[in-house]
Design a protein around this ligand. Structure first.
Ligand code: PEP
Ligand code: MN
Length: 373
């Protein structure tokens, strides 16, 4: 398995951050969702930099908004504000690009780093256009995950950048659109960042807890989870007057709250030097391995029974799904979970998955011997 112990230092290999990030410290990017005015940008960047904890400044200039009547960013005039903010506080600045013109204007204006947004990563035409515009440029590029959880698009966008010679590339995990989810704005689907890491252990990956959370209240817990999963940094939206922000007002933090949040985060170690702890951990893992194997075996026994049920239903001409029976199973198992102190939503989801598989198995059984009908 890939050894993640020193991944936190990956950004220190980038020219722009050399010697700027402490050993095993995450990269911290902050700044407003959108650049709204030079005053707003300066008033946000000044206290952010005063914290001494922020390594780069973000600000959206061209904003991909879901609905057309929303604030769509200032556009090119904001580029000089961003550059001046970077110069004034000696900090790299970055913005989102979604087409070749954005790339050209941002690079001409001296923007230090770029990111590709979630609504752009989904479209290989746009990513390719951006990549072509970047050919020959030596600028760090961050790639947000696509809106829906398709690893291939995320990896593909990175490969397109690599093919035009971009050497400094990082991924941003910003969560995935899901219908009616709670309590977050985007479903974190943490397994996606783990899969990303196993495919590309050489590419650093940071988390954008602001777009996952959608609300200030959840940013700390999402950031902590990201660090516990050994992501290499955080991009946190901030604004000197969040409630007045023209976009994403509910998720932007005051610069001083960014500092407090960063202070509250715990950086856990992957390994422990202490033998006793390692031994205890090892023993607990043996127990987990044993339970997991038992679970797979039980699932296999359940599948055998499901097949028998499928055969019976087929022979007697009964439909696969009986709704009252299914609702009763869900109710009963969720209640059992609750009684045992397991999160009801978790048990519910596990049984939905098990049930989906049972239906597949029964469909297969039904299809096997259609001549019996
Ligand atoms: C943003 O970072 O402001 C943004 C638009 O993010 P995303 O592409 O993740 O929606
Ligand atoms: Mn935003």
């Amino acid at each position: 398995m890939h050894n993640l112990t020193n991944t936190m230092t990956m950004f220190n290999n980038w020219e722009i951050f050399k010697g700027k990030i402490g050993v095993n410290q995450p990269l911290i990017i902050s700044g407003p969702c959108s650049a709204e005015s030079e005053e707003q940008l300066m008033n946000t960047v000044e206290p952010l930099m005063a914290t001494g904890k922020v390594h780069a400044i973000r600000a959206g200039i061209w904003k991909p908004r879901t609905r057309p009547d929303s604030f769509e960013g200032i556009g090119a005039p904001a580029l000089s504000w961003l550059r001046r903010a970077g110069e004034a506080y000696q900090v790299p600045v970055m913005t989102e690009v979604a087409n070749a013109l954005h790339v050209e204007q941002a690079l001409n204006a001296g923007v230090n780093m770029l990111w590709i947004g979630a609504r752009t990563t989904v479209n290989p035409f746009f990513v390719q256009e951006i990549a072509e515009a970047l050919r020959g440029a030596d600028v760090p590029v961050f790639v947000k995950n696509p809106i829906h959880p398709e690893l291939g698009l995320w990896l593909g966008a990175i490969e397109r950048l690599e093919r035009v010679g971009i050497r400094q590339i990082a991924a941003i995990h910003r969560g995935f659109y899901a219908h009616n989810i709670n309590p977050f704005r985007n479903d974190p689907k943490w397994e996606m960042s783990i899969e990303f890491r196993s495919e590309r252990p050489d590419i650093p990956i940071i988390c954008d807890p602001s777009h996952i959370s959608g609300k200030r209240a959840y940013i700390a817990e999402v950031s902590q989870t990201a660090l516990d999963l050994q992501l290499n940094g955080l991009m946190i939206e901030s604004h000197f007057r969040p409630e007045k922000a023209l976009s994403d007002a509910e998720q932007q933090l005051l610069p001083e709250d960014v500092a407090a949040l960063l202070d509250s985060l715990i950086l856990r170690k992957e390994d422990c030097a202490d033998e006793q702890t390692n031994q205890t951990l090892e023993n607990l893992r043996v127990l987990i391995d044993d339970i997991d194997r038992q679970m797979v075996e039980i699932l296999s026994r359940r599948k055998d029974i499901v097949e028998k049920i499928g055969e019976l239903k087929r022979d007697k001409g009964i439909t696969i799904l009986q709704f009252p029976r299914w609702f009763e199973i869900l109710r009963d198992r969720t209640q059992q979970g609750k009684d045992l102190g397991i999160d009801a939503r978790f048990v519910h989801e596990v049984f939905q998955l098990i049930h989906k598989f049972s239906i597949d198995v029964q469909q297969h059984t039904m299809a096997k011997l259609p001549e019996k009908f």
